[in-house]
Design a protein. Sequence first.
Length: 256
Amino acid sequence: MSFVPQDKDLINVDLIIKGTYVLPMDERKSVIKNGAVAITGSNIVDVDTAASIESKYQGKKVVPDQGIILPGLINAHSHAAMTLFRGIADDCDLDSFLQRVWKKELEVISPSSVAKGAAIGFEEMLKSGINSVRVIGRARVLLLLDRSQGKQRTIQEVVEAAMVSPGTVSNLKRRYFEGGIAGALYDKPRPGAKRKVDGEVEAHLIALACSTPPEGYERWTLRLLANELVALEVVESISHITVREVLKKTKLSLGR
């Protein structure tokens, strides 16, 4: 098997979003005028000027000028299912609010009502850009898997709609059944900072690249390898650009 990165060709990405201004929210407080963001799956591959992005990447979909592009706001205290109680205890002090809400919870809370309330909350997060990109992506998968609304999608339909790998969908389903909505959406705290690609990750990547590719594919691609590493929980996120650099560094050849 051999693998030769196509350096001379434009790199395929799922989505390119352009903006009059892109605010990466980095330490330098950068402001990129006439910028763009390249995205594959749930990973941001690159952020730069639109001219630079278009010189390196080819998007399956290109979204024209969106004004200002910036990271999503983080909802650090989310009670998604509580959207059902919105409006029943407005304009009152905390004690009065809690008494009204607790009484209503005793009357109507059930697994079904929690699921429906959470679904509404997720929809609001998706539409308003609240929460982290990873959580929004996972919420989108859960919404697509939700059968309580009368829609029964296959795994492949969810994969295509959410632009994720089958392994990601299966992993989220397992996390949901083991830990509920919170377990599916949020990662457990991991102590200490760790390099994204250390020796262990490299070993997993090399073993994966030398294995039989997924059904329907003649060979592993950079994007498939990146998605599979995330699905197997080897890393939380990784771009196919990083995968390419690791393979080049290790001089692994995977052939076409």
